[in-house]
Ligand binder design. Structure first.
Ligand SMILES: Nc1ncnc2c1ncn2[C@@H]1O[C@H](COP(=O)(O)OP(=O)(O)OP(=O)(O)O)[C@@H](O)[C@H]1O
Ligand SMILES: [Mg+2]
Length: 301
């Protein structure tokens, strides 16, 4: 199992959109994928039309009421893609489980048991983290091998980044030595905006090859798809959003070392309608700097 935390304590940067569509793209390529909704807002669960009723098996009852993960997991409309859904019940979890012994490893333990018990465990698990660095995010980081950080190329993109990287470092030191930063996905990119281009250069200076080469463009279809209970590949397969997330998923599969795709996804040959293609090489044009740039600089800069 390749377990990935999709995390950024900043709200609205594209965590849920990335989980839903990268998960769908990987599943369409023949991989077994499990999405984990760790956000009490339950946007991921809602966007797959899998919102549990209060008290029904959910991530909350998994953590608190002793439900097994196999009782919680549901299929989605996408073959090969499953989801551990959540609902508002999870809102109190951070404080409720705070005093529990082993509170940081609840998710890791649940996943390990699940993988042992079921015949075909998922190959990829994606945690859709809430916009905070509390106990739920900590559980995700402890259970994960990899971290993916979605970012928006906005003026405040780097704000909070030093804190996030510091938390990742501390988890690594104390609880999960194998944790690594798989990459940074820039989303809602608007090529026409000078500011976006400038921020992108800045991001590249700090993170170099950690940036995914494909920038996910601003594409209204990506915002519309969840309200139809669909991923971008079923809602608007010809859109730029579908093309971008297919490419991000492909890069993620490569970085995760997933075996070559079993089935070819149905790719859209059409150019995107809404925005001219963001050059995937835009980041590569900026001068790269050593990956070891001091983390503290990020916030100061
Ligand atoms: N590339 C894009 N183009 C247009 N809209 C987008 C794009 N990516 C995400 N959105 C929209 O932006 C909003 C925020 O995205 P999303 O919910 O994925 O962020 P998030 O980080 O999960 O937010 P939260 O922190 O609240 O969980 C959503 O309405 C989503 O549909
Ligand atoms: Mg979200």
């Amino acid at each position: 199992m390749q377990i990935v935390s999709v995390i950024n304590q900043k709200g609205g940067v594209g965590k849920t959109t990335t989980c839903a569509n990268v998960g769908a793209a990987l599943a369409r390529s023949g991989h077994r994928v499990l999405l984990f909704d760790l956000d009490p807002q339950a946007h991921l669960s809602i966007s797959f039309d899998r919102l549990p009723e209060p008290g029904e098996p959910s991530v909350y009852t998994l953590l608190g009421a002793g439900h097994r993960l196999e009782e919680v997991v549901q299929t989605t409309s996408v073959p090969g893609l499953t989801i551990a859904p959540t609902n508002l019940d999870l809102t109190g979890a951070e404080t409720e489980f705070a005093a529990e012994i082993g509170r940081e490893t609840l998710l890791r333990d649940a996943l390990e048991g699940y993988a042992r018990r079921i015949p075909e465990p998922p190959e990829v698990v994606l945690f859709d983290c809430p916009p905070s660095l509390g106990l739920l995010s900590l559980n995700a980081l402890v259970a994960s091998r990899h971290v993916v950080i979605p970012l928006q190329a906005e003026f405040f993109a780097l704000q909070g980044m030093a804190q996030l990287l510091d938390v990742i470092e501390r988890v690594k030191r104390r609880l999960n030595p194998g944790l690594d930063l798989l990459g940074i996905v820039v989303g809602m990119f608007q090529k026409q905006r000078n500011l976006s281009r400038e921020v992108l250069q800045e991001l590249h200076r700090h993170f170099g090859p950690l940036l995914f080469p494909t920038l996910v463009r601003m594409n209204v279809r990506l915002a519309e798809a969840p309200s139809h209970g669909l991923t971008i590949f079923d809602y608007a397969p010809e859109s730029g959003g579908a093309a971008d997330f297919a490419a991000v998923a492909e890069e993620m599969a490569r970085r995760l070392g997933l075996r070559p795709e079993q089935a070819e996804p149905e790719r859209s040959p059409e150019p995107p309608a809404e925005e001219p293609a963001a050059e995937p090489t835009a980041a590569a044009e900026a001068t790269p700097s050593p990956e070891s740039a001091p983390l503290r600089e990020l916030e100061a800069g």
